[in-house]
Design a protein around this ligand. Structure first.
Ligand code: NAD
Ligand code: UDP
Length: 309
């Protein structure tokens, strides 16, 4: 297979590329390096099956491929809010450009959507049939609504032009190669604990998230891509934790003297989030295998090495 991965130099994209090359695919990695870095894929430079392209998905691109994974988009709130207009353009124009390419080449195209399409959910856990509770004009909207619009475009290209689509709704995922600076909770807590700095809890820390280890997620991606399922599918780990519980587990594993400090809860921060993975189980026989404590251990050891701590 010839596979294009947009956002391939990012956290998830680089793990996906590792697995695709391992199974013998030819991979083109397309990235503008906004939040990704060449170091994440540098170990493949020189591999004749790997090509690295600096490009922005809001501009059209051409390639003869069989599969397209569209992952390009900043994923952490501080990064996607840094230039909100650019974030919407990336989701919407990026989707249109990938779908146009898929239409021409008859490639199968996969969209990295998000649990954020459910907003601050009133239904718990969230099944794919839930339409969500999203503020269309808040500071998270550039990301949430951009991803919702991308899903709409995927479904319309599918219905109108017969494009072969896959849509995954990703729930909070963590692991090695997360960007230490990107502001997401797992990397923040680990880096703070390793540096002996205060652990920043936003709000009272009782809000919940369900954290999936990256290897589990990528196995789900590849299973979905090669399945026949053309509707949105949740992939995530149903294990649900409060931010206080997460901080406690990180501190237990890292040790050290960090204290918890409480800061303002960002606007529209969802109070709870947990995937209903009935469809992934049924369609892909997929289930996460890595529990939080084990995944955190691997992630902590990555950050120790990466930051020299
Ligand atoms: P990331 O920030 O590490 O990776 C995103 C990649 O896209 C980066 O390499 C970045 O440089 C690139 N990029 C951003 N804008 C671009 C543009 N305009 N043109 C080309 N490249 C661009 O984040 P990630 O965690 O690897 O997320 C990958 C995808 O998965 C994103 O679409 C994100 O929305 C989605 N997602 C991730 C999570 C998660 O928990 N990690 C959860 C839900 C959805
Ligand atoms: N959070 C926190 N401290 C931090 C970073 C994040 O308490 O240093 C909280 C944040 O308010 C949210 C949760 O952790 O409730 C997950 O945040 P993240 O940005 O990782 O993901 P998202 O909110 O997009 O699910």
């Amino acid at each position: 297979m010839r596979v294009l991965v947009t956002g391939g130099a990012g956290f998830l994209g680089s793990h996906l590329i590792d697995r695709l090359l391992e199974q013998g695919d030819d991979v083109i990695c397309l990235d503008n390096y906004f939040t990704g870095r060449k170091a994440n894929v540098a170990h493949h430079l020189g591999n004749p099956n790997f090509e690295l392209m600096r490009h922005d998905v809001i501009e059209p691109f051409k390639a003869e491929v069989d599969r397209i994974y569209n992952l390009a988009c900043p994923a952490s709130p501080p990064h996607y809010q840094y230039n909100a207009i650019k974030t919407i353009k990336t989701s919407v124009m990026g989707a249109i450009n990938c779908l146009g390419l898929a239409k021409r080449t008859q490639a199968r195209v996969f969209q990295a959507s998000t649990s954020e399409v459910y907003g601050d959910p009133e239904l718990h856990p969230q099944p794919e049939s839930y339409w969500g509770n999203v503020n269309p004009i808040g500071i998270r909207s550039c990301y949430d609504e951009g991803k919702r619009c991308a899903e709409t475009l995927f479904m319309d290209y599918h219905r109108q032009n017969g494009v072969d689509i896959r849509i995954v709704r990703i729930f909070n995922t963590y692991g090695p190669r997360m960007n230490a600076e990107d502001g997401r909770v797992v990397s923040n807590f680990i880096v703070q604990a390793l540096k002996g700095e205060d652990i920043t809890i936003y709000g009272d820390g009782t809000q919940t998230r369900s954290f999936c280890y990256v290897d589990d997620l990528i196995r789900g991606f590849m299973g979905l891509m090669e399945s026949d399922y053309a509707l949105p599918m949740n992939i995530g780990n149903p294990g649900e934790f409060t931010m206080l519980e997460l901080a406690e587990e990180v501190l237990k594993q890292v040790g050290g003297s960090s204290k918890l400090v409480f800061q303002d809860l960002p606007q529209d921060d969802p109070k709870q989030r947990q995937p209903d993975i009935t469809i992934a189980k049924r369609e892909l026989s997929w289930e996460p295998q890595v529990p939080l404590a084990e995944g955190l251990e691997k992630t902590i050891s990555y950050f120790r090495q990466d930051l020299g701590l």
